[in-house]
Design a protein around this ligand. Structure first.
Ligand SMILES: *Cc1c(COP(=O)(O)O)cnc(C)c1O
Length: 432
């Protein structure tokens, strides 16, 4: 039964429209996924009503008994999932997790290194239009033009030259394992802190399909809604808590012994007010799911599917940055196919296939046009699709890209996409 349908039919119709879109199209955006009904239930539940500034047991509001239990479970499960000694589950998003991490470890004006946005980095890794690029002196490193992988000769020489206080590794469109150990060597050589942003592969890290940053990185941030398949949100982790190396003090509580306390106070009151308790509780639900063997199997299929699709594209002479993938994501340079990322994204959308245009390393085109597209398998794998579907989908994408203006073709592919989607139902019970 829908309350919304009765009270606000306009918004009900819009919700239905999005639900239909998710059900009837192929979702290949690498940062998206479909949460379980249980996660949806918690995220859409009454905890949205609760103010709970502070942390479990130390809140500024009464009535926090239930939400305290939820947040404690979220933290405990996160620690088990990632073998971490510390977890803060309050950041509203991945960007806010990064903001809190940066504000704890470096001061305004300090030098920080991050992967260039066009080479797979993220806005919060020093883009001039983002707080990170405005507040800190960011120096970007790049991938090597031949390998498409991080160019460690460049990373080392930039680090020696600029003496960064912190180096960020990880990104949004990096199809290979993040090289935590190699980054650690560079960081040690120049005395920098090392931060890992595992927003994308965190689901694979949780199940051991991607190396873990915990032994190598001083601070780790992630989103909870990408491969981890939870509600939209962020999180901060540390493999080991350490003594506060700066003698910094936290507002209110005064002298602080450990870095964990500094991070907690940077998140709240530093950059956030009331936590989203419905989302934190939904994170707890998602982490519980991620601890199961079903989730491990799921992540195995995500990677297997990405590799299968990558092989299909290679067979059809597509240029994959770095020549393939180790993870859930691939980045395709469409230059040899004579089509821009923007045009490919639009044509594919008309065919019911959702991808995003993406800059490729050394891209000559603007971020609004781009030379490439990014494709990921987390969402379609959640629907239960496997190797056969991957080959089929690669074939459909190829047809659209070779003939993007053929509207008869896009219409018939859209129909085909509908048929595929029907066999892999999604959120069926929300319609009943
Ligand atoms: C997605 C992403 C983020 C930010 O996540 P939001 O929740 O969208 O703010 C941060 N870093 C990386 C590498 C990402 O891919």
């Amino acid at each position: 039964m829908s309350f919304l349908k009765k009270t606000d039919s306009k918004l009900f119709e819009i919700l239905q429209k999005e639900s239909r879109r998710e059900q009837t199209t192929l979702e290949l955006i690498a940062s998206e996924n479909f949460t379980s009904y249980s996660v949806l239930e918690m995220a859409g539940g009454v905890m949205t009503n609760k103010y709970a500034e502070g942390y479990p047991g130390k809140r500024y509001y009464g009535g926090c008994e239930a939400v305290d239990e939820a947040e404690n479970i979220a933290r405990d499960r996160a620690k088990i999932l990632f073998s971490a000694e510390y977890a803060n589950v309050q950041p509203h998003s991945g960007s806010q997790a990064n903001m809190a991490a940066l504000m704890t470890f470096v001061d305004v004006g300090d030098t920080v290194m991050g992967l260039d946005l066009a080479h797979g980095g993220h806005l919060t890794h020093g883009s001039p239009v983002n707080f990170s690029g405005k507040l800190y002196n960011f120096v970007s490193y790049h991938v090597h033009p031949k390998t498409g992988r991080v160019d460690f000769d460049e990373v080392l020489s930039l680090a020696r030259k600029h003496k960064p206080k912190l180096i960020i590794c990880g990104g949004s469109a990096y199809p290979r394992f993040i090289e935590f150990e190699q980054f650690r060597e560079v960081a040690d050589e120049v005395g920098a802190f090392l931060m890992a942003d595992i927003a994308h592969p965190s689901g694979l890290v949780a199940t051991g399909l991607h190396p873990s940053p915990m032994p190598f990185c001083d601070i780790i941030t992630t989103t909870t809604h990408k491969t981890l398949r939870g509600p939209r949100g962020g999180m901060i982790l540390m493999g080991k808590d350490r003594e506060n190396p700066w003698g910094k003090v936290a507002p209110k509580s005064g002298r602080v012994k450990n870095i964990s306390e500094l991070i907690d106070s940077t998140v709240m009151p530093g950059i956030q007010g009331g936590p989203l308790m419905h989302i934190i509780a939904a994170k707890a639900v998602a982490f519980g799911e991620a601890l199961t063997s079903e989730f491990r199997d799921y992540t195995e299929h995500v990677v297997e599917n990405a590799k299968t699709m990558a092989e299909e594209f290679l067979k059809k002479d597509y240029a994959l940055v770095s020549g393939g993938t180790d993870t859930h994501v691939m980045l395709i340079d469409l230059t040899n196919k004579g089509i821009t990322g923007k045009k490919a994204e639009n044509a594919l959308e008309r065919a019911g296939i959702t991808v995003n245009k993406n800059m490729v390393p050394f891209d000559q085109k603007s971020p609004f046009i781009t030379s490439g597209i990014r494709i990921g398998t987390p969402a379609i794998t959640t629907r239960g699709m496997g190797k056969e579907e991957m080959k089929l989908i690669a074939n459909l994408i190829d047809q659209v890209i070779l003939d993007p203006e053929n509207e008869t073709l896009t219409a018939s592919i859209k129909e085909h996409v509908h048929q595929i989607c029907k066999s892999f139902s999604l959120y069926e019970e929300l319609d009943s």
